[in-house]
Design a protein around this ligand. Structure first.
Ligand code: FES
Length: 341
């Protein structure tokens, strides 16, 4: 009885929205079709051959520093919301016929823009979705299916309007917008509840003086990063020839432990979905991570690896095109002289 009362209280706190999310998140039968869809997506991206990474980086938002899907989704809902508002305006009694005609014309243009933005939003959303897991993956699948149904209604509405069946077009787009709003709730839960698309690299290290963190002899040779904790903040150290690099211990994409990753040809590779980060700056060279991996300044002095704060990733410098930067090229990377001091 007490357990039931506690469950009831928890349900009231979570509200109807939370119960819907719980319900969808438990539908394990969705995993099979969703992994099939993921295979289809992989096949489609592989068809780009050598351009595959450029295409997925673009869709993941590596060039922007965060996913492109949320701003495109905002553009979509904005344009479609405008359609619904203009339709409502045109239906108000007492409007001049020219005003109603203008409202109808602009509503159709906004609808066309919304449909195009919906396609772009779907392409970016599905690229982000393919790397999600379990309940997030199931909720994301429902989000996508709802948007697909809504897009079908918008296209039908657009065709109806073109054929002069305005009343039907207005109803169809209004129903589509109601579905888009419900789907938007699920998308918002994925971002704000589960952190999908947010930078998940966690707490930053805040030390502005060189601080010894590990005897150099304990840093293994080879391509495996080593994790240390400094001031309660996780950091991974990587050898790169005679140099040492230091990064946040969690991948910005979905918080994979970067000590399980590896160094490959000047890149630190995430163990979960293969994001690749430049070993000098943490800049993303290959997604799905969109945000750079926080990078600290590191040196070896008197047999100790020392670190200090100083994010080496310059905001606004092309995250993809910033190829092979060397210490001293980027103003925020310690120069060789500074490191030697
Ligand atoms: S957790 Fe997904 S790429 Fe690192």
């Amino acid at each position: 009885m007490a357990v039931q009362r506690a469950q009831g209280a928890e349900d009231r706190v979570r509200g109807a929205g939370g119960r819907v999310l719980d319900f969808l998140g438990r539908q394990a039968w969705m995993d099979r079709p969703s992994y099939r869809l993921e295979n289809v997506l992989s096949f489609a991206f592989n068809a780009f051959g050598g351009a595959r990474n450029r295409v997925t980086n673009f869709l993941n938002g590596v060039w922007l520093g965060h996913p492109v899907h949320p701003p495109l989704a905002s553009l979509t809902t904005g344009a479609l919301g405008t359609t619904v508002a203009l339709d409502a305006l045109g239906l108000l009694p007492g409007r001049a016929s020219t005003e109603a005609l203008d409202a109808s014309r602009f509503a159709q243009r906004a609808l066309g823009l919304g449909i195009l933005a919906n396609f772009a939003s779907a392409a970016t959303g599905v690229t982000d979705w393919q790397h999600t897991h379990e309940s997030d993956r199931r909720i994301g699948l429902v989000h996508g299916v709802l948007n697909l149904v809504a897009t079908g209604l918008y296209i039908q509405s657009w065709r109806d309007r073109r054929r002069g069946r305005h009343g039907r077009g207005i109803v169809t787009s209004a129903v589509g917008y109601a579905i888009t709003s419900g789907s938007g709730f699920l998308g918002g839960a994925l971002v704000f509840g589960s952190g999908i698309g947010m930078d998940q690299s966690g707490e930053r290290l805040r030390i502005d003086t060189w601080t010894p963190v590990l005897p150099e002899a304990e840093l293994p040779a080879g391509n495996k990063p080593t994790r240390v904790d400094v001031d309660g903040v996780g950091v991974v150290l990587c050898r790169d020839g005679d140099n040492v690099s230091a990064f946040a211990a969690r991948c910005p994409h979905l918080a994979a432990p970067m000590e399980d990753g590896w160094v490959d040809r000047g890149r630190l590779v995430c163990p979960w979905h293969g994001s690749q980060f430049d070993l000098h700056t943490g800049v993303v060279l290959r997604g799905p991570a969109a945000a750079p991996l926080p990078c600290y300044q590191a040196r070896v002095k008197d047999g100790m690896v020392e670190l200090r704060e100083g994010v080496a990733t310059p905001l606004g410098v092309g995250r993809v095109r910033y190829l092979d930067p060397k210490p001293g090229q980027c103003p925020e990377i310690a120069s060789a002289e500074e490191i030697a001091q």
